[in-house]
Design a protein around this ligand. Sequence first.
Ligand SMILES: [Fe+2]
Ligand SMILES: [Fe+2]
Length: 191
Amino acid sequence: MLIHAIAHIEFNAINLALDAVWRFGGMPRAYYLDWMLVAAEEAQHFRLLRDHLRSQGHDYGDFPAHQGLWTMCEKTSHDILARMALVPRTLEARGLDATPQIQAKLRQVGTPDALAAVAILDTILRDEVGHVAIGNHWYRWLCERAGHDPETHYGTLVAQYEAPRLKPPFNETARRKAGFTDNELRWLQQL
Ligand SMILES: [Fe+2]
Ligand SMILES: [Fe+2]
């Protein structure tokens, strides 16, 4: 069920990346190339997890799934700045925090299946740092264009769209690699 839940997140993430491409016009070419790359990587993540489910006699669709990611996609469908703020650099970034904890639990289980899942999550975590970095890049670019301070405007968007609360422990190493600043990490710790 855990692997199924993550597979569902990856499936939504394919659609989210493609939604970022087709829904929002007038962005630089690099924006569209970045999100097409993300969509391709999300499809690889989904495939890895689905194959793993199948190796255990299950498949995608066997269990109920959680719609949080898609709800935020719908809420931000009229606002690219909110989308960049709240999907990649909030919900995907939460994956950076959660993945090492999930891997630790799987290592405790220690079966060959669980250890195979740990290896899949290593690949996913490495790629997700890149996705959050892309989100950070375009969030800052859009803030600059609109004349917003990225750090203070983020708090405004979190409140306005009722984004889920982020809880520690935060994966500071991965978040730094993905481009979060010291101020942003401090702000998270104060929540
Ligand atoms: Fe992913
Ligand atoms: Fe991602």
